[in-house]
Design a protein around this ligand. Structure first.
Ligand code: FES
Length: 303
């Protein structure tokens, strides 16, 4: 019988179970229904950009959830005081109200992000949203019972909501840290991209007005020659690594304005001159490169 080496012993990974959620393909149909409903509810691009956090340069949802979580946690602690009097009860009631109200923008931001994620992320996202919706229902019941003097039922509903919020939070953390939803997928370019001038080819061989992919070391870049001007950005979209060289060139500021590149996966729009985000769901600037032409050779280095 082969001996088992210490390094081969099985390792317990309790959170491995969370990975399975992203494999539940039976969630795809409900996810599609929710996607359709959210798209109808949030029709305007400006509104969606606001909810994604384009204006912040950072995803809004993980910041917005701090307010309801804080309020609900404090309400639960005040409810747990053994000798709570009318004053403490009023504080707990107010904190619950604040939590419910603060849940609205947090939920809308999460819903906007949900629509533009990959299918495996949507499965986890759907379970995350279900836990949070159940929590919100518990808190609404808690508020109702607080108003009608059913203190024990109200407190129990509040604590149930808190437990559901915690479960939803674990799933949200898994979605962000394990499935990289909301992470800046182009951040590595700043670490492994060329710090020194590096040649990428003959500038005259680049088609005019057509995004073209080249490899620079280990970094794929998209080059756009626009007459005399050449712009270079990292090719993998900062939102979810979509291939920008397959994207569409557009002029959202008019024909005389800055040319932009629209990602083929979820439609983020980046200004080709500096990689800044014009429309989400991306919130992180696309890494860009300085360019120079020596003879007929195009050289680039990280901006
Ligand atoms: S990968 Fe989602 S917008 Fe580019």
């Amino acid at each position: 019988m082969p001996s088992r080496k210490a390094g081969n012993s099985p390792v317990m990974r309790p959170f491995r179970a969370l990975d399975r959620i992203s494999e539940w393909s039976w969630l795809d149909n409900p996810a599609k229904t929710v996607r359709g409903a959210v798209s109808t509810m949030l029709p305007g691009r400006r509104l969606r950009d606001l909810l994604h956090g384009v204006w912040l340069g950072h995803p809004l949802h993980p910041m917005a959830v701090q307010a309801p979580i804080g309020a609900f946690l404090c309400a639960g602690l005040v409810d747990a005081l053994p000798d709570a009097g009318p004053g403490e009860r009023r504080v707990a009631d107010s904190l619950t109200t604040v939590g419910v109200l603060a849940s609205l923008p947090a939920s809308l931001a999460g819903a906007a992000d949900f629509v533009q994620t990959q299918p495996d992320q949507q499965r986890t996202g759907l379970v995350h949203a279900t836990a949070n919706s159940a929590a919100l229902t518990s808190y609404l019941l808690s508020l109702r019972w607080r108003a009608t003097g059913r203190r024990t039922a109200a407190v129990t509903a509040g604590w149930t909501g808190l437990a559901l919020i915690a479960a939803g939070g674990v799933l949200g953390g898994h979605l962000s840290y394990h499935q990289a939803n909301g992470a800046n997928q182009a951040e590595d370019v700043r670490h492994i991209g060329p710090q020194e001038w590096t040649e990428v080819g003959n500038v005259h061989e680049l088609p005019d007005g057509v995004p073209t992919r080249r490899m620079v070391g280990e970094v794929p870049v998209v080059i756009l020659r626009n007459g005399e001007h050449t712009h270079v950005l990292a090719d993998r979209c900062s939102h979810a690594s979509g291939p920008l060289h397959q994207g569409t060139l557009s002029w959202p500021f008019g024909r005389g304005g800055a040319p932009c590149l629209e990602c083929p996966w979820h439609g983020s729009v980046f200004r080709v001159s500096d990689g800044s985000v014009v429309h989400g769901p991306a919130t992180a600037t696309q890494p860009g490169f300085h360019t120079r032409v020596v003879g007929d050779r195009l050289h680039i280095r990280l901006r």
